[in-house]
Design a protein around this ligand. Structure first.
Ligand SMILES: NC(=O)c1ccc[n+]([C@@H]2O[C@H](COP(=O)([O-])OP(=O)(O)OC[C@H]3O[C@@H](n4cnc5c(N)ncnc54)[C@H](OP(=O)(O)O)[C@@H]3O)[C@@H](O)[C@H]2O)c1
Length: 323
């Protein structure tokens, strides 16, 4: 553990990716920033890998905390690393532990050499297990578990439709819905994703290119949108009356819910230590299928975010590596 700075010593610095004004990737700069200090029940983690959800730069929480502008902000809230310092009251983690987790979205993220996070938002992982895989899996896996389990209560035998079944969250929705015993139908945007969707556990795969005609799908018990843009009306219509539609990016349109007689759900994922431990066990057992599209060094973090608006060389998560 490093010695705490005295009043007269300068605050230690670290390298970080920051945005000083709201906007997209063009606002991100790689620069020196104050090294954060853990408060009570918090830990400081030396980041090894920080994964990107591209939509995060559009989330209000990224820029505001309790309605107050937070700039300059550090993005990327999905991470793996090593505990570097523990705050008072933390009894279940030690310096040197290999951990992974999710930073609350209204705090500075992990695209930096260090991140401070509530200790309840991380779990230990085996040091030998990949930091990249842990960082890439953590948000999509916890989101998919919460969507299928706590929110929609999907049960064996139900007919489940996943729009975008091979994206980061979509791939976990497909795997977990299959494991729950549901009959799983997914949409993908191109023929090249069909085999991957089947490998993830989809029983039926429908190719539905962006801006193409609405696919002919109906009578699902539960539909989930894992794309995140404006949810199309056909997804509401694909749910049977009395069924449920789960959306992840923007609150659902109530008039469409009423038109089709369905229940709609929007939620923001909660970090749960038990789920993180469950995921760590799955990773250790080699049971997590997570695709990595690209990795970038922290110094090229802006390019990592810019890569979200061009076709990826491969499907999967984009991950920033911190040396
Ligand atoms: N509420 C929460 O707590 C929470 C948590 C995590 C994520 N999210 C949200 O969940 C959404 C998905 O995140 P993600 O990280 O999984 O994104 P992602 O990896 O980029 O996946 C997006 C998926 O959408 C598909 N897609 C893209 N454009 C499409 C279009 N025009 N029509 C049909 N399909 C299209 C992609 O298919 P191709 O790859 O074939 O193009 C891919 O399967 C985002 O909006 C994110 O903000 C919410």
């Amino acid at each position: 553990m490093d010695a705490a700075p005295t009043d007269s010593s300068p605050q230690p610095l670290m390298m970080a990716l920051r945005a000083h004004e709201r906007g997209g990737p063009e606002r991100l700069v790689y620069e020196e920033a104050p090294r954060p200090v853990p408060g009570p029940d918090e830990i400081r983690v030396a980041v090894r890998a920080a994964a990107i959800t591209f939509a995060e730069l559009s989330w209000p929480e990224t820029w505001e905390g309790d309605g107050v502008d937070r700039t300059p902000i550090i993005p990327s809230h999905e991470f793996a690393g090593v505990v570097a310092e523990i705050g008072s009251g933390v009894v279940d983690l030690s310096v040197g532990d290999s951990v992974f987790g999710i930073v609350p979205f209204n705090r500075d993220g992990a695209a930096a050499e260090f991140v401070v996070v509530p200790s309840a938002c991380v779990a230990r992982k085996k040091p030998r297990d990949s930091d990249v895989v842990a960082a890439a899996a953590v948000l999509p896996a916890l989101t998919a578990w919460e969507a299928l389990g706590d929110q929609a209560h999907v049960a064996a035998g139900q007919h489940v439709l996943i729009r975008g079944g091979t994206g980061a969250v979509g791939a976990f929705l497909t795997q977990f819905a299959h494991e729950l015993g549901a009959e799983v139908t997914v949409t993908v945007t191109s023929e090249s994703s069909v085999a991957r969707a089947r490998n993830l556990g989809a029983d039926h795969v429908v190719v539905s290119a962006p801006h193409s005609e609405a696919p002919d799908l109906s009578a699902f018990d539960v539909a989930l949108d894992a794309v995140g843009d404006d949810v199309p009306e056909w997804l509401y219509a694909a749910v049977r009356p009395g069924g449920q539609l789960v959306v992840l990016q923007v609150p659902p349109r109530q008039e469409l819910a009423e038109k089709y007689g369905i229940t709609t759900i929007f939620f923001v994922v909660r970090t749960r230590r038990d789920r993180l431990e469950q995921l760590a066990a799955l990773i250790a057992a080699g049971h997590v299928e997570v695709a990595i599209a690209q990795t970038f060094p922290l110094s090229a973090g802006r390019a990592a975010y810019e890569s979200g608006s061009v076709p990826k060389p491969a499907p999967g998560k984009t991950v920033i590596l911190v040396p």
